[in-house]
Write a protein that binds this ligand. Sequence first.
Ligand code: B1M
Length: 215
Amino acid sequence: MSIIKEIAAAVETGKSKVVGGLVETALAEGIDPAVILNEGMIAAMGVVGEKFKNNEIFVPEMLIAARAMKKGVEILQPQLQKQGVEPIGKIILGTVAGDLHDIGKNLVGMMLEGAGFKVIDLGVDVPAEKFIETMKANPDCKIVALSALLTSTMPAITSTIKAIEDAGLRNTVLIMIGGAPVTQAFADEVGADGYSEDAASAAELAKKLFAQANK
Ligand code: B1M
């Protein structure tokens, strides 16, 4: 098996402890870091996402795969930066005000990173002002991603979008939303640009929105 296939298999099966060593070996063999990232790790996360969507694996497997990928990315990050391989785009992500749930949001963040985005993760219980402040500090950011897990915090999605509008920044970003109680109908109602049901489709949606934003 080629080292790239070994890396992909290790990420896919969540072997955190071996991924770092395999990435180091691949680098020592002179393999391009972008190839290791794209053909090894990102490809593996694509497979993981598909399997998750098809109910062949579940959240724990997706989490351990994501953790394994993070280990590999940690080793690769300095090399990629040295080479000037840029992330495909920036996404500001957070769980909205009043909501402390972050497991799903973190999975979304990992899948977005797996898809090649740089994620600015603001954490949980994020007030609208914090999203706005971060948007102003990152004018090159094209997507804002809002997570909510409680029916009682869904209105915070609405008020965050409204605050972004009031700040005159709505036309600078596309907004995607998700979380267990969130639906496509709700997304339509609040004027979000996209909704996705799970972390794997969030990464797919982000790629679509990013392409749309760059048209
Ligand atoms: Co809470 N909680 N919780 N809780 N909690 C739920 C959400 C609940 C459904 C449990 C229940 O009653 N059956 C219920 C909400 C009911 C409702 O509003 N409809 C509930 C409640 C009521 C509460 C408290 C109010 C309880 C209390 O204190 N009385 C309280 C609220 C605290 C607060 O936020 N202010 C509370 C607290 C907590 C803990 C802190 C104990 C803990 C969170 C720990 C943490 O996140 N670090 C917790 C947990 C663990 C849960 C359950 C059991 C599990 C949530 C989870 O992590 N799921 C949950 C019940 C359940 O979901 N079965 C529950 C796994 C995770 C991978 O899925 O987060 O749905 P999920 O994310 C998915 C998708 O939703 C989607 O992708 C993810 C991966 O596929 N997704 C996005 C998420 N964000 C997205 C963003 C996107 C796109 C997709 O684009 C931007």
